[in-house]
Design a protein around this ligand. Structure first.
Ligand code: PGA
Length: 252
């Protein structure tokens, strides 16, 4: 069976390189355990080198965004080519916290295209803002997913990874997050859309992750609720003890 995938989304934390170094050293003590997962660490840019130096033995390097611009003379940006050459393997794209700053599905789809072209795996985040009793949120997700993947051809579709991240469940405690039953339904729904966009066989092969308050308390139940391949972990990835417990819960 494939190893569970864990993507550690550090967001804009920790505040100092010393703390980042300590976090990497703490999780590195459990490298044998972590090697039983496919672990991606997405630190803020100033810690990319540090993460590569300290964690390449048990993780792969990821970023939280890429620029929409192809390489050229663009002050203040990091080119996707540079990231690729540096060793970045995956980029989170369309995270709700970036969408909240104005990023559109159209921009996400262009970034997905750039990532695919450069050989960086695009991890596309989709999820509803809130739930409603009429199920309008399902339409919201369907529109966003289709638009974010616009331009991904059938033969490329297996190279993408999708993270279902309901916005209302991000940054909470495990008990206020998604229930395993609801996650199961959502994963079926997402596969249905992918099947409609590509075909059933491809839809089954696309890697789906869940993100939104994954903590030691809910990791095992969420992981086994459906055919997700793993998690996108935010706040708990900055706490070595919690992070290791999440890994332990899903490799059991
Ligand atoms: P969280 O963040 O685990 O803190 O909810 C997940 C994310 O935003 O990717």
């Amino acid at each position: 069976m494939a190893k569970p995938i864990i993507v550690a989304n550090w967001k804009d934390r920790p505040a100092s390189a010393g703390e980042a170094r300590m976090l990497l050293a703490q999780i590195g003590k459990r490298r044998e355990l972590l090697k039983r997962t496919t672990l991606f660490i997405a630190p803020p840019s100033p810690y990319l080198l540090l993460t590569q130096e300290k964690a390449s033995g048990f993780s792969r390097l990821a970023v939280q965004n890429i620029e929409i611009l192809p390489s050229g003379r663009h002050t203040g940006t990091l080119s996707v080519e540079m990231l690729k050459n540096f060793g970045v393997k995956l980029s989170i794209l369309g995270h709700s916290e970036r969408r909240a700053l104005g990023e559109t599905d159209e921009e996400v789809s262009r970034k997905v295209g750039l990532a695919l072209k450069s050989g960086i795996t695009p991890l596309i985040c989709v999820g509803e803002q809130a739930r409603d009793s009429e199920g309008l949120y399902l339409e919201e997700i369907s529109i966003s997913l289709r638009a974010s993947l616009k331009g991904v051809k059938k033969k490329e579709a297996e190279k993408i990874v999708i993270a279902y991240e309901p916005v209302w469940a991000i940054g909470k405690r495990a008990q206020d997050s998604m229930s395993p039953e609801d996650l199961r339904e959502m994963i079926l729904f997402l596969r249905r859309i992918l099947s409609d966009m590509y075909d059933r066989k491809i839809a089954q092969k696309i890697v789906l992750l869940y993100g939104g308050s994954v903590e030691p308390a809910n990791a095992e139940a969420l992981y086994h609720s459906s055919d997700i391949s793993g998690f996108l972990v935010g706040h708990a990835s900055l706490d070595a003890e919690k992070f290791i417990k999440i890994a332990e819960a899903i490799i059991k």
